[in-house]
Ligand binder design. Sequence first.
Ligand SMILES: [Zn+2]
Ligand SMILES: [Zn+2]
Length: 326
Amino acid sequence: MGDARDAIAAPLIDPFGPDAGGVWLKGNLHAHTTESDGTAEPARRAAQYRERGYDFLCLSDHHRLTRVDRVPAPPGLTLIQGAELHPDNPFGGQKYHLLAYNMTADLDAERMPPQHVIDSVRKQGGSVWLAHPHWIGINVRRDVLPLTGLAGIEVFNTICQRMGRGESAVIWDDWLDHADRLLPAIANDDCHGGPEYGDDLFQGWTMVRSADRTPQAIIAALEQGASYCTTGPEIRSLRITRPASLELRSRPLRLEVSCSPAVRVTAVCSRRGADYPAGPLDPARPFERAVLPLPLADWVRVEIADVHGRKAWSNPVDLTGLAAAG
Ligand SMILES: [Zn+2]
Ligand SMILES: [Zn+2]
């Protein structure tokens, strides 16, 4: 623990803290079945993910709900009812790909403006997330800022990664710089299955610290940022302080992260950032703890890479309180 006078950054919800409560759950919130263009029937898709230890899954077929009350969920798997919706883009960009969770009734989304789709899902008690924005060429200023009510972003998508545009972190950063709040992320497979898609299961998932296993608690925890995204590495804790004594004037904040064996930790800030180790990677010397000095920025998010090139992404943490503490 740090000096008693150290100021500590407070995330909205800190999923790693001792007081976080609840349980860690593993899930994929983007999967297609024979109800749209996937190759597995809904029950088979659910069984595949449960067999690999997943705790929650959304059968997010295109355009319409795959109703979970008609899918025999294997014991231990929470099915979150949702769909991938595709309203036209009136701002000049590509058609949207929106992931809607905890939806209760179908919408004719293709005939609705995107804002109406978001509002309608939210009126049903649901949550709407921007899917694979890098893959579809989303421009934050043109396509995202005109909308309100989006919960967050899909930062990693397995099938889009197979097509070279699976990581949307740069778009996340752009959005964070322009949004009036911090936005959480999810990582998903977007699995379709079948030979033309290659192997697209079990490669990107979200870990969430949820109060319980209900769809409502899981989505609420994701919206609050009590989660991280990963293609392999585990984030165990993340703590940011402003030590009273640190000498580094240009980087007065201190980030401590612990994780599964990693070869690189990168702190991406609203302004500059830091990485560890600062020199070349040494695959022969993975580490499980890193300390990085950070500048006084508005926010920071952490990326961790392991020796296989797999990554984890933390949600952003608000640093403005620490800046004020100085
Ligand atoms: Zn899509
Ligand atoms: Zn999809």
